[in-house]
Design a protein around this ligand. Structure first.
Ligand code: ATP
Length: 245
């Protein structure tokens, strides 16, 4: 088994969201959201702060209940494996990088964690504890942990928000390679339009709890930045409420 085979998911999940409504008390955070993700599709969700991005991700993770409508994550008509990666690495300080990557896996699946750690370039730091690793390395362990579970749906909530620009660029390249290999359906919440355009095939813009824009990113990956400039400018304007929808 090669390391990439070990972390390859069994294909991507299908996500179906219909008429989704989420309220916290009297406050409506998501309203009449419709969304369909095909297996292997990569979608970025952008939008103003408080627009409901994280809430949508949490609904798909099963962490937040819905008030109305439905949200389903399936694979071949069964519930699909879902993993979430957050802005904070959420590593346990008393566990080694490998033990963190293997957290929650049954013992016979531990080789998947070893393979995932190798895939993020940290095979030689398997015995290191989180405090002995840089911020970028810790996020790579967090990514390895998510991938070791071979998720059919990978949910990323501002996963690189706390990293410096250089480290973030390295993570983008790594994530693109690993996602190509795993085939997982991916939903990325980000504030960074460049990150969205680099990693996703489709960008959703949430405004006031609704999908205001749902646009396909043109061209094949890796995409030339210059070709994306018109879409970037359009999304930038829409993000700040200035552009037409
Ligand atoms: N558990 C909760 N109880 C009450 N209100 C909440 C809860 N979680 C989120 N909210 C509110 O719901 C709204 C949407 O929050 P959410 O985190 O989904 O937005 P977001 O688009 O991800 O924002 P940001 O970009 O700032 O992270 C916000 O106004 C937030 O204060």
């Amino acid at each position: 088994m090669t390391t990439l085979e070990a972390t390859r998911s069994t294909g991507g999940a299908t996500v179906t969201v219909e008429g989704l409504r989420v309220q916290y008390g009297v406050r409506t955070v998501l309203e009449d959201v419709h969304l369909h993700l095909s297996p292997g599709e990569r979608v970025a969700v952008v939008g103003e702060s408080g627009g409901g991005k994280t809430t949508l991700l949490r609904v798909l993770a099963g962490l937040t209940g819905v008030t109305g409508g439905r949200a389903e994550v399936t694979q071949q008509h069964a519930a699909a494996r879902v993993r979430v990666m957050f802005q904070e690495d959420r590593l346990l300080p008393w566990l080694s990088a490998l033990d963190n990557a293997a957290l929650g896996l049954p013992p016979h699946e531990r080789p998947h964690a070893e393979a995932a750690l190798a895939n993020v370039g940290l095979a030689d730091r398997a015995a290191a504890f989180p405090h002995q690793l840089s911020g970028g390395q810790r996020q790579r362990v967090a990514l390895a942990r998510a991938l070791a579970h071979r998720p059919a749906l990978l949910l990323l909530d501002e996963p690189f928000g706390a990293l410096d620009a250089m480290t973030r660029a390295g993570m983008h390249a790594l994530l693109n390679t690993l996602l190509d290999e795993t085939g997982a359906t991916t939903l990325l919440v980000t504030h960074d339009l460049d990150e969205a355009l680099k990693l996703a095939d489709r960008v959703l813009l949430l405004r006031a709890g609704r999908v205001a824009v749902d646009v396909r990113v043109p061209g094949e990956r890796p995409r030339r930045r210059m070709l994306l400039e018109p879409l970037r400018e359009r999304l930038e304007a829409q993000l700040h409420g200035a552009g037409p929808e």
